[in-house]
Ligand binder design. Structure first.
Ligand SMILES: Cc1cc2nc3c(=O)[nH]c(=O)nc-3n(C[C@H](O)[C@H](O)[C@H](O)COP(=O)(O)OP(=O)(O)OC[C@H]3O[C@@H](n4cnc5c(N)ncnc54)[C@H](O)[C@@H]3O)c2cc1C
Length: 460
């Protein structure tokens, strides 16, 4: 059996960052990535890399890696705004309202190259990165003489390690089984029920020149257009007139449960079930550009991008973050810990940061500070997202219109998240309701109450 100080399951941003930090701290570290074939990484097996890959200004500081440190081909373009489009009202943000060391509103990345950069960085620091190696399960023996953790690989080999970092992403294929050992309840019951699971679907399409000029610099989200909580389509611009057009929605929704179906612009009266992702994207493009363009001919799929033939699908577990059983020498990081969840499109920064903290602590020989350290580093960001997701959980299309028109009035005085700190009397009672609801929800989740499984619930 091969031995390492630190074994990391999953080689996405969280796993590679953990490997980098562990090796930089002098530990022997191995990153085990099952390997996902991608059209845009034809010559090298690597991690999944499905992503709209927009990074906001202050995420750079959370991530701890400035784009200047990345190879030139990782950043595809700068962003100058986010557009939120309701059925009748819209809101444009040109600032996040949060201090940051990055001067622009944000940037878009080529995610596969970003992952390759993180992997190379980990390998340069001395970590071993094995792509094409699936982890089947982990056995832990805290009292024995041998390594605390034995990882069973799909090829029949075993790896022994003193520290285990779980970075297998939001599907938690390995994480759920490991955590079950330490919890008096079924972890999948609490974290992966049908209600908390989302699917993401995305297409890479080349836009007509004039349409690309219009969307360049913007990340666009359509809220209140399709039913389901945290269900929305987006367009994120890339390079070479290509955009990522995708959506996320809860899995297993029943159309019969949707009230006021006619209010959702992307549903049709003759729908007999919730449309598939591909159909939603087609309807979005028809709605926005169908009057002037033939969508299939003028917005072609770019088949050498994405996972396969210009498309990609990915399941997301939309839970709030969980603590780790650090006493057992285990840290859960990134998407696997739910750091991605609340607004699904934002998680590369929290993945990189939590992975780096866990790797650093494992190399130092003690994971005990991990649960406090990750809250110090990303707690404000998690609190904002968890509170916002909770506030809008049951929003219907007209609630989105109300929220955007109200926020527009508040934006007279401030930018981005700053609008929740204003006392803009001219904005009226609606604004007060919006601000108060958000602040009260944040208060409810304060001091780490956003954590869905706490450290004290583990029996180690
Ligand atoms: C459609 C979409 C759009 C998004 N847009 C954005 C965005 O604009 N900005 C942003 O910041 N974030 C975005 N995100 C979120 C971002 O992709 C995640 O937060 C990030 O990928 C989490 O990184 P991770 O390393 O924790 O997990 P992942 O990137 O999911 O990596 C986990 C890795 O573990 C591997 N793995 C799983 N099981 C095993 C096993 N048994 N053995 C070995 N390896 C295994 C997988 O193959 C995978 O490569 C988006 C996500 C999706 C799905």
């Amino acid at each position: 059996m091969e031995r390492f100080d630190v074994a990391i399951v999953g080689g996405g941003p969280a796993g590679s960052s953990a490997g980098h930090a562990a090796a930089s701290g002098g530990a022997s570290a191995v990153v085990l990535e099952k390997g996902v074939p991608r059209a845009d990484r034809p010559d090298r097996l690597g991690p999944d890399s499905t992503d709209a890959a927009g990074i906001l200004d202050y995420w750079v500081d959370i991530m701890g890696i400035h784009p200047d440190e990345m190879p030139d081909d990782v950043v595809l373009g700068e962003l100058d705004r986010a557009e939120f489009i309701g059925p009748n009202e819209s809101l444009t943000l040109r600032s996040t309202g949060i201090e940051s060391s990055y001067d622009e509103f944000g940037f878009c990345m080529q995610r596969a190259r970003f992952d390759d950069f993180l992997r190379d960085r980990a390998e340069d620091a001395g970590a071993e990165y094995r792509a094409g190696t699936s982890v089947r399960g982990v056995e832990t023996d805290l009292g024995g003489e041998g390594p605390r953790h034995r990882l069973a690989l799909a090829d029949g080999e075993e790896i022994g390690a003193d520290f285990l970092i779980l970075a297998d992403g939001p599907q938690r294929q390995v994480t759920s089984g490991v955590l079950d050992e330490y919890l008096p309840f079924d972890v999948t019951e609490r974290l992966s029920t049908r209600e908390t699971n989302h699917i993401a679907y995305q297409e890479h399409r080349r836009l007509p020149e004039e349409v690309f000029e219009e969307v360049a610099g913007a990340i666009k989200f359509w809220w209140g257009h399709m039913p389901g909580h945290t269900a929305y389509p987006w367009i994120f611009p890339n390079d070479d007139n290509v955009a990522r057009i995708g959506l996320t929605m809860p899995i297993g929704m029943d159309l019969d449960d949707v009230e006021d179906r006619g209010d959702y612009p992307l549903l049709r009266p003759d729908d007999d079930r919730i449309p598939q992702g591909k159909e939603y994207v087609r309807r979005l493009l028809e709605m926005e550009y169908g009057d002037e363009y033939d969508i299939e001919a003028d917005f072609p799929l770019v088949e050498d991008r994405g996972k396969s033939k210009g498309t990609e699908t990915y399941a997301i577990s939309s839970t709030r973050p969980i603590d780790s059983p650090t006493g057992a020498g285990i840290a859960v990081v990134g998407g696997a810990m739910g750091a991605t969840s609340a607004f699904h499109e934002g998680g590369d920064h929290t993945a990189v940061r939590t992975g780096a903290i866990a790797g650093e602590l494992a190399a130092a020989g003690d994971l005990a500070p991990y649960n406090d350290r990750w809250k110090d580093a990303i707690g404000d960001e998690v609190l904002r997202n968890v509170a916002m997701a909770d506030v809008v959980h049951d929003y219907a299309p007209d609630d989105w219109d109300w929220a955007f028109s109200t926020a527009n009035k508040l934006l007279d005085d401030s930018d981005g998240y700053g609008l929740f700190d204003t006392s803009n009397i001219r904005a009226g009672f609606g604004a007060a309701r919006l601000v108060t609801t958000y602040k009260r929800t944040k208060f409810r989740f304060r001091n780490g109450k956003y954590v869905q499984v706490t450290e004290s619930e583990y029996t180690v």
